[in-house]
Design a protein around this ligand. Structure first.
Ligand SMILES: Cc1ncc(COP(=O)(O)O)c(C=O)c1O
Length: 377
């Protein structure tokens, strides 16, 4: 059996919760969605930080709506790391703005904010900052830049749900913060996402945008009911979350502390077994205050493909996060300036298996195989 890179952590109690929702018979957006939002809000400490959460059907939809909240005009620009999920880049262009690619920091693999600052022009409306795996962006600096230039920060926290920055829960301090609950994330609701915003006005706008523009209040649907008459005042999208998916999210959230503990432990084991290997670079962190989504190594000296194939023969699957945006033909014109670090790092990163049911023994096996690959040379 091949060891996969990702495996969702689904137990009988998750299925039971979904079945309960299905048996109730209200499959669309309803009470479970409200409950999921309330539970998320509690867990993320949103109320005391004056933040509002709106769930949607994917992280990508959340990003699209985040961009729409900016009301971009033709030729407006949004800076994003090229080393990002394609979802962010598509969300920018679908939201009427032009992505402008920025380089990343060599240590954190998050956006290099010094370089981002140099890319700011009169057309810049926002910077997308994305916490990459076991590292968080320099959020203080992002906040400083945002205020200095009067531009928004769209915080992609797809990798950092449940993590904390300087004692503050992710989601509690950004202009707009996005989460993904897709099938492989530490917290999955099969497929889903969320946006955290600062004002009730933005929350209400998001309620309309996610419900094809329909003006019926979310609180009606949260009772598993719907209004038959309403106004439509805006363009909208069918982006809302379904009850059964929310039920899965609620169930997963109940075990998030255990998921966190398991993931941190496995990452620490990898670092323990691999940090002496001079042919690779491991993430230099103790993984505290995080719920790591990926565990990646940087494979030096152009050996990544060989290592991938070697591990495949040992029944170990690996992943690449990611191919940078400027290498895609559709977005090749969005490069502005040097992307030296991105070009180097994107040829090196390799994601290793990481999921709660992965045993320490398997981590040792995977690490031993990686070390063997080099010793046999
Ligand atoms: C950094 C980042 N942003 C956005 C997304 C998109 O989220 P979703 O898959 O829920 O649409 C992902 C998904 O993996 C991601 O890793």
């Amino acid at each position: 059996m091949t060891i996969p890179v990702f495996k969702p952590y689904i137990e009988k109690k998750d299925i039971k919760n979904i079945n309960k929702s299905l048996n109730f018979g209200w499959l669309g957006m309803g009470k479970d969605v409200m409950n999921f939002e309330n539970e998320l809000s509690k867990y993320l400490q949103l109320k005391k930080n004056n933040r509002h959460i709106v769930t949607v059907n994917t992280g990508h939809s959340a990003l699209h709506l985040a961009v729409l909240l900016l009301n971009c005009k033709k030729n407006d620009e949004i800076i994003t790391p090229s080393f990002n999920n394609i979802s962010d880049i598509q969300a920018i262009s679908t939201g009427n703005a032009k992505p402008v690619f920025c380089d990343i920091d060599v240590n954190t693999l998050c956006i290099d904010l010094d370089k981002a600052e140099k890319l700011i022009t009169k057309k810049t409306r926002a910077i997308v900052i994305m916490d990459y795996d076991c590292f968080l962006c320099d959020h203080d600096k992002a906040n400083y830049i945002s205020r200095k230039y009067g531009i928004k920060i769209i915080h992609d926290a797809a990798h950092s749900f449940g993590s904390s920055y300087k004692g503050k829960k992710i989601g509690t301090f950004s202009d707009i913060c996005m989460f993904s609950f897709d099938p492989v994330k530490p917290l999955t609701c099969i497929d889903g996402g969320a946006l955290v915003v600062k004002t009730k006005k933005e929350r209400d706008m998001l309620h309309r945008l996610r419900l094809i523009g329909m003006g019926q209040p979310a609180k009606v649907m949260y009772k598993n009911k719907r209004a038959w008459t309403y106004d439509v005042k805006t363009q909208g999208y069918r982006y809302h979350l379904a009850n059964s998916h929310a039920a899965m999210g609620i169930s997963q959230l109940k075990k998030i502390d255990m998921i966190k503990k398991k993931r941190i432990n496995l990452c620490k084991r990898y670092n323990q077994y691999l940090s002496n290997n001079k042919n690779i670079i491991v993430p230099k962190t103790n993984f505290e205050n995080l719920i790591p989504f990926l565990y990646y190594i940087r494979v030096l000296k152009g050996k990544r493909s060989q290592l991938i194939n070697f591990l495949k023969r040992k029944n170990i699957d690996t992943g690449i996060h990611w191919q940078p945006g400027h290498t895609f033909s559709y977005f090749k014109n969005c490069k502005r300036g040097e992307l030296k670090v991105t070009n180097k790092i994107s040829k090196e990163v390799l994601s290793l298996p990481l999921f709660p049911e992965l045993s320490e023994k398997k981590v040792k096996y995977i690490s031993t195989m990686i070390n063997n690959f080099y010793e046999k040379k």
